[in-house]
Design a protein around this ligand. Structure first.
Ligand code: IPD
Ligand code: CA
Ligand code: CA
Length: 258
């Protein structure tokens, strides 16, 4: 499975890399600021066709086509292009994200940014790696004032931005900085790599988080909902951290609206 997944995501990465340096993408609006391009669609078709050709009994949950969710021992949770707005503006935080769940447990995960040539990969119980060579480990920082964290804003931010910005402000006032990459899968991988100490975001979808969540936990990180409860990729809030600052992050989020 490891070889199949890595080969697939690298082939998809080549499609994404080529499209990134061309200026020909067709852009459609799913919402006022929620975009989809012909590259998202092309990637999804390539990835799902390749998987279902090899594993016809498997279930596929992918962003653009919402495949019928069937009962299957193995489920593939796919974001064919995470960071579509970045892609449209040719800001290089783009990736393909593929998580594989077996018997209700995330088992394999790969997130590939072909512009930076970074492949994040994890297998349950076997650790997380960058480009096969570097074993990933979350940071050791235990003081929030020494941290940088990442976040993103949901697509209803034109309506609810005043609310979301309070959480952003709470971290801006207590950390060394808040980063906003525009790619949730990359944010999670960067927590795993110790580049970010923590990450929080609302209203993400399973395909934004499934692969990245296994990469974080295999790198020794912690994941929960905003209230600290046990997290699942169908939940609509996520806090991911190095573990040491986790309760402080929950406290900052909870108090941001007081
Ligand atoms: C988006 C990115 C972004 C997050 C959005 C997601 P997309 O995914 O992960 O960081 O803030 O909520 O929808 O639409 O580019 O695949
Ligand atoms: Ca996404
Ligand atoms: Ca996407």
């Amino acid at each position: 499975m490891e070889t199949f997944l890595k080969t697939l995501i690298k082939q998809a990465g080549e499609i994404l890399r080529e499209a990134f340096y061309k200026k020909t993408s067709q852009i459609k609006h799913k919402g006022n600021i929620d975009l989809v391009t012909d590259t998202d669609i092309k990637l999804e078709k390539f990835i799902t066709d390749t998987i279902l050709h090899r594993f016809p009994d498997d279930a596929v949950i992918a962003e653009e086509n919402h495949f019928e969710i069937k009962e299957a021992k193995r489920k593939w949770i796919i974001d064919p292009l995470d960071g579509t707005t970045n892609f449209v503006h040719r800001f290089p935080f783009v990736n393909i994200s593929i998580g594989i769940e077996e018997d209700e447990q995330m088992k394999y995960a790969a997130v590939f940014n072909p512009i930076f040539n970074e492949l994040f990969y994890a297998e349950k119980g076997k650790g997380a790696f960058l480009n096969d060579k570097i074993k990933l480990a979350v940071s050791e920082t235990n003081k929030i004032s020494n941290c940088i964290v990442a976040t993103g804003f949901p697509y209803d931010r034109w309506q609810r931005g005043d609310y979301y910005i309070k959480e952003f402000l709470a971290f801006t006032k207590t950390t060394q900085g808040v980063r906003r990459t525009g790619s949730a899968a990359i944010d999670l991988c960067y927590v795993a790599a110790g580049r970010f100490d923590g990450f929080f975001e609302r209203k993400l979808k399973p395909w934004d988080m499934a692969a990245g969540s296994l990469i974080v936990s295999e790198a020794g990180g912690k994941i929960s909902k905003y209230n600290g409860d046990k997290w699942h990729y169908t939940n609509d809030t996520i806090v991911a951290s190095n573990g040491k600052i986790h309760s402080k992050m929950i406290e900052l989020i909870q108090n941001a609206h007081n």
